[in-house]
Design a binder for this molecule. Sequence first.
Ligand SMILES: [Zn+2]
Ligand SMILES: [Zn+2]
Length: 338
Amino acid sequence: MRGVTFSGNRQAEIQEFPNPQAGPGEALVKVRASGLCGTDLHRYRDPEPTDYITGHEPCGVIEDLGDGALPGLKAGDRVMVHHYAGCGICEICAMGYEQLCPHGHVTYGGGTGHGANADYILVPSRTLVHLPDELSFEEGAAISCGTGTAWNGLKKMDVSGRDTVAVFGQGPVGLSGTLSAKAMGSRVIAVDVVPERLALAQELGADHVINGLETDPVTRIQELTEGMGASASLETSGNPTARAQVLQCLRPFGRCCYVGVGGPATIDFTRDVIFKVATIYGSWTFSKSELIEIARFMIEAEVPLQKLITHRYSLDQAVEAFRNFDTATTGKCVFVMN
Ligand SMILES: [Zn+2]
Ligand SMILES: [Zn+2]
């Protein structure tokens, strides 16, 4: 089968791999869609090659099940993959947060296990979640990391129609944050430095957009909120300036959530946390049960997720797909397989 790896310094490569076989407890999934996510770019740009197949937003159809696979699964089922495997039995794994297993974990498509930029992906059957009929494979792929990450950050802050939410960064995760916060009923202020991203954010429902290169986001957010500040903010960019601004833009008793990975940032804790009585959350993707919850939310709230997906590629176009994603100004890229 085909599988996409990185050979270092922005080189994607399509390689031949042996067709995997489902062993005990495992499921072989025929990949129908695999999303490109921001964290893929870090490894794409890295000088170090990857041995494992890339792609950690897997969505497809069960091809085969090994002995002892979960009895609730059968060949032909449409599934998403909660793309981590920890020890599977500890307290944290039992919560469905296998990525936080204190005994270590594998990330499928994240450098420690083969991912979904391939014809097939082999995973423990316990990582699978059914993809509801109402969602396309592409939407399922998006939910499986980037979109779900944004949604879960908003859930942690218990965002609602009473909130004005500032979403920093309007890449695939930030745009998903804008879409999701709107669907939760909030007023949304979208912040980025790329005009095309802000235009798409507006199309996806942002009430206000701010270009951080032209306007100071903190000042503008205060203006838009009668001097109070946002009641909640979501940081998706990983940028050190944005990491400070998500706190600075908050009103008293506001809360913020960090989901974007990046380097260290300088925070004025006295001014922006203590004297504001702010609440800070961190969030890393979501649990397996939250993946089910997110899919249900997207259906029930009729979130127009397909509008987020702007670039579709076949697996044979992998080199081009990553080259474009590396420099893309807006939207989300997905591999679509038949
Ligand atoms: Zn991701
Ligand atoms: Zn564990």
